[in-house]
Write a protein that binds this ligand. Structure first.
Ligand SMILES: [Zn+2]
Length: 205
């Protein structure tokens, strides 16, 4: 099923077209010690790879965790330096912040990222057109709502499982706000789809 915003924003990537049992897990807003290291352990148990959309200021605060993500073979990507809201931020300022995050990534990984996800999914057209010159913009097809502490863990899991299919891009958060739901949902989610023969992959670009 194609949703309205996929038609409105065709230049963004909302899912990966594939007939293979592949799922693309993504974790936004880290890295932070309280959650990210736990996520890495869970992924390792299922031999799963994921893409981490990192906030630059968190990379600078926790470089050792960022390095660990990279060394374990996961993909790291740009989520702005300070988690800015695109619609409320002047384009020049927004792009500066995007580049700052890129510098934070390069300071440790020694290599640029080529993926970007706008915080809150917000991006003005001008911001998008500039970023698209160097980066692919990854959105998501499965919003787990892990960040919503009022959303019951069981329903969060059920919803995530129901909405996932071949080539889904699944949005989780390695953040304090999400940890209650994430710590319940992620192990069960990984187990559920592993048993069904799915693999968790990063996008080869
Ligand atoms: Zn975010």
């Amino acid at each position: 099923m194609t949703r309205l915003f996929e038609i409105l924003f065709p230049k963004y990537i909302w899912r990966i077209k594939t007939t293979e049992k592949k799922i693309y897990l993504t974790f936004d807003d880290g890295p932070i010690p309280e959650v990210t290291e736990w996520v890495l352990e869970q992924l390792a148990l299922f031999n799963a790879k994921a893409t981490f959309f990192c906030v630059g200021e968190n990379i600078l605060k926790h470089p050792e965790i960022f390095e660990k993500i990279v060394n374990l073979g996961h993909s790291v990507a740009n989520h702005t330096q300070n988690h800015l809201k695109g619609w409320k931020t002047e384009t020049e300022l927004y792009l500066d912040n995007f580049h700052l995050c890129e510098s934070s990534i390069v300071s440790i990984k020694k290599e640029k990222s080529n993926l970007f996800r706008p915080p809150y999914g917000q991006l003005k057209r001008k911001q998008a057109s500039e970023i698209l010159k160097t980066h692919k913009i990854w959105m998501w097809s499965v919003l787990t709502k892990d960040y919503d502490a009022n959303f019951n863990e069981g329903r969060c899991l059920e919803n995530a499982i129901k909405k996932t299919g071949n080539g889904s891009i699944v949005l989780f958060h390695d953040s304090l706000k999400a940890q209650k739901n994430l710590k319940y949902v992620l192990p069960k989610y990984l187990e559920h789809f592993s048993k069904k023969g799915y693999r968790f992959e990063i996008m080869e670009l």
